[in-house]
Design a protein around this ligand. Sequence first.
Ligand code: NAD
Length: 288
Amino acid sequence: SATIIDGKAHAAALRQRVAEGVATFTAATGRQPGLAVVLVGEDPASAVYVRSKGKATAAAGMNSIEHRLPVDIDQTGLLELVAELNADDGVDGILVQLPLPSHIDSHAVIAAIDPAKDVDGFHPVNAGRLATGLPALVPCTPLGCIMMLKAVHGHLAGLDAVVVGRSNIVGKPMAQLLLAESCTVTIAHSRTRDLFAAVRRADIVVAAVGIPRMIEGGWIKPGATVIDVGINRTDDGLVGDVDFDSAVQVAGAITPVPGGVGPMTIACLLRNTLVAASRRAGVAEPEL
Ligand code: NAD
């Protein structure tokens, strides 16, 4: 049966490398890298994410700045805060926690963030830089996935990869990263006619759908590497988009849910913040 990819261990190692890089940065510049996280409203899941991001930021030796805004803040008020954070020299990273309330245009808010501080990598400039092979800030979840894939395979060139899901947050940037590693990439989505066939020929399967246990072991090519991004709350607890119990029998390597992709996402946010700080300060970028 498959090797279980230990996302917690990968994340702990990355957090350690970031913490060392932060110490070097702080010694060189006389200040800590700063990450500002903005939470609008009281959504409990978002509040949990924001709290754990803040804790991890401080634990890595960075300055964690939290802004909590009432759910009825208008778009102008939120854009004013973003402008303040853009202008604040002590802020290297800005993250506006999504989803935003429906009266706010999240595209406009993301576009207002200074691309140099866009540690989520959602700004169109960063998406375009990733797509054209320029240095970019890359979305944290797909970045964590590609790091684990490189740890499993070394080189990815020539491998057949399928990404199931085409969101701006996960699916599309994941496909770009695999393409940049010279994989042959298929992007499947809700309108794909033969998802089974697309999955079946893939050496790498990345599932980012949001449907519990949708991809079954019988779909997977024997020996393939399976990265399960899905986080679905069910009566049996948290499950992925992949049916782990059947897939683990067939795959060569697989990420569990929880304990796979999730922990790497926050570690990559810390990495992006240190990278953004280094670029802004003009100091050498650490190898992370
Ligand atoms: P999304 O809802 O924005 O996108 C889902 C995608 O799945 C869409 O592109 C859609 O076309 C595709 N899809 C829907 N039904 C399908 C079907 N029947 N067959 C094939 N494709 C189908 O979701 P998202 O933000 O990309 O997140 C996907 C999953 O990943 C969710 O479970 C989410 O909770 C999880 N997630 C996890 C992390 C993490 O840190 N581990 C981060 C972000 C998202």
